[in-house]
Design a protein around this ligand. Structure first.
Ligand code: NAP
Length: 487
């Protein structure tokens, strides 16, 4: 397939956009500047998107401010109806959205379908959840007073999202924000802006009023600067690297914004001697290789206890070697291209360093161009580079351990704390490890923990705040206290 045939897989053409969406209108950059969006498998051009001017991004913020009073005063049930219409449209265009995600991100189509369903799940959950944003009646401490607290929308919110889950990372911000009554200006990653623009198209069709949701594209530092400095933007929800998250937090301090920060991870997976072998291998396959390893909750370091080590690595190696590397658009591909050549170079660097430290390759090997094969290396030193930095690619490194305390010490020897995984059958080991590991989330005997129904978020340098569940709605609400005297 040449690039024009690949791009033609999107059947409903309005989903493949080349403009930004501001205040209910599609627009190009005022000075005509554009950014290429390329297909990671071929390097070919999918679309171009505008590199907006500062004035155009400011116009989106202004539109969100104008739209806020009417949107926030609608009953939650009415806002929920709009979200339900959007949910129907997302599901109707499920095939095209999955293909669009694969085209711009490279991930295998079956995983892109998983992302569409996961992303749609946030719209489904929050269409309902806002109707349950209950307040409190507080027993008055003195006579003649009525004290209550009610939840109100924060105001204009900004979202900045990464390239690894271009649709779902946005809907888990967009859906609770709009359900709560907030308005939102979103800036997707420049490498994968098309899913966000497709969401804007469907939001428009669903009847989201102009200004309530805008998608801006262009220079990240300029847009981030406008968002952080604006006194109108009351909250920034960011998913991306810790480095940029820290910059945004510092820049938001003068305007004292609410912040949600979903940042980098370095997830440990602990496999204890009593783990069920099949369960542990299944968990490691998903936790490591989902999204070609480009996930913030990817198992970055796999610690395996001595008694199960050889059996685990043997079975795991067979499974890794059987994965198919190739074009994400082909139905049987397990691992597609990584997002760019720099991502492959990083995987190669981690692999090379692990091998120089005495590691041995049991499956896979070095990557080339944008393709990195699924790779397993054993005998990795506890201080190897791949244990300290997010590899963000399909490289699994195994480190052997002997004692429980040693495993916990290794797991916690990181400034990050997003997800962690434990494979064991002994209930005491499971409960102790879940308690002792410093992370926002723990997967026990599973590598697949993400769901719109549970609170997702990290501790330490992995961030602040939760996304998903009722807690994800609270991130967009302010608890206002009212004291009514003289009764
Ligand atoms: P990134 O470089 O931090 O980029 C994320 C977003 O921030 C992109 O939209 C990017 O725009 C934007 N950005 C870059 N510089 C900015 C600036 N100065 N001001 C404002 N925005 C700026 O991260 P990434 O490489 O795309 O994503 C990978 C990282 O995200 C990993 O560390 C991963 O662990 C983390 N992640 C975390 C979660 C979570 O839930 N905790 C989920 C997914 C990913 P441009 O694309 O235009 O540069």
């Amino acid at each position: 397939m040449d690039q024009s045939q690949r791009n033609a897989v999107i059947q409903y053409k309005p989903l493949l956009r080349a403009s930004a969406y501001i205040d209910g209108a599609w627009m190009d950059a005022s000075d005509g500047k554009a950014i290429d969006v390329t297909d990671p498998f071929t390097g070919g051009l999918i679309s171009t998107i505008p590199s907006l001017s500062q004035a155009q991004v400011q116009a989106a913020i202004n539109a969100a401010e104008r739209a806020f009073p009417a949107w926030s005063r609608q009953p939650a049930r009415e806002r929920g109806k709009v979200l339900r219409r959007l949910l129907d449209l997302i599901l109707r265009h499920r095939d095209d959205l999955a293909r669009l995600i694969t085209l711009e991100n490279g991930k295998p189509l079956k995983e892109a379908y998983g992302e569409v369903d996961y992303g749609a799940g946030f719209v489904e959950v929050y269409a309902e959840e806002a109707t349950r944003a209950l307040g409190e009646i507080i027993p008055a401490p003195v006579p003649g007073r009525k004290l209550y607290a009610e939840k109100e929308a924060l105001g204009v919110c900004a979202a900045i999202t990464p390239w690894n889950f271009p649709l779902a990372m946005l809907t888990r911000k967009f859906a609770p924000a709009l359900a709560a009554g907030c308005t939102m200006v979103a800036k997707p990653a420049s490498q994968t802006p098309l899913a966000a623009l497709a969401l804007a198209q469907l939001a428009e069709e669903a009847g989201v009023p102009p200004g309530v949701f805008s998608v801006v594209t262009g220079r990240a530092s300029m847009i981030g600067d406008l968002f952080t400095r604006s006194p109108v933007v009351r909250k920034i929800s960011f998913t991306g690297s810790t480095e940029i998250g820290v910059q945004l937090m510092a820049a938001s301090a003068p305007t004292v914004k609410r912040l949600s920060m979903e940042l980098g991870g370095n997830a440990p997976m602990l496999i204890f001697d009593d783990a069920d072998l099949g369960t542990a291998v299944d968990a490691a396959m998903v936790a490591k290789f989902r999204n070609c390893g480009q996930s913030c909750i990817a198992a970055n370091r796999i610690y395996v206890q001595k008694g199960i080590h050889d059996a685990f690595t043997k079975t795991f190696a067979q499974r890794v070697a059987a994965m198919k590397l190739g074009d994400g658009l082909e139905a049987d591909t397990d691992i597609g291209p990584l997002i760019d050549e720099a991502a492959v170079a990083k995987v190669n660097e981690h692999l090379g360093e692990a091998l120089a430290g005495g590691g041995q390759v049991l499956a896979g090997g070095r990557g080339e161009g944008r393709m990195a094969p699924p790779t397993l290396v054993t005998g990795v030193r506890a201080d190897a580079l791949l244990t300290r930095e997010e590899t963000f690619g399909p490289l699994a490194g195994i480190i052997a351990f002997e004692r429980y305390d040693e495993a916990i010490r290794l797991a916690n020897d990181t400034p990050f704390g997003l997800a962690s995984y434990v494979c064991a059958t002994n209930v005491e080991t499971i409960h102790k490890a879940s308690r002792d590991i410093e992370s926002g989330m723990v997967g026990v005997n599973t590598g697949l923990i993400s769901t719109p129904y549970a609170p997702f978020g990290g501790v330490k340098l992995s961030g602040i705040g939760k996304e998903g569940s009722a807690h994800g709605l609270d991130e967009y609400l302010n608890l206002k206290y009212v004291c009514h005297a003289g009764l």
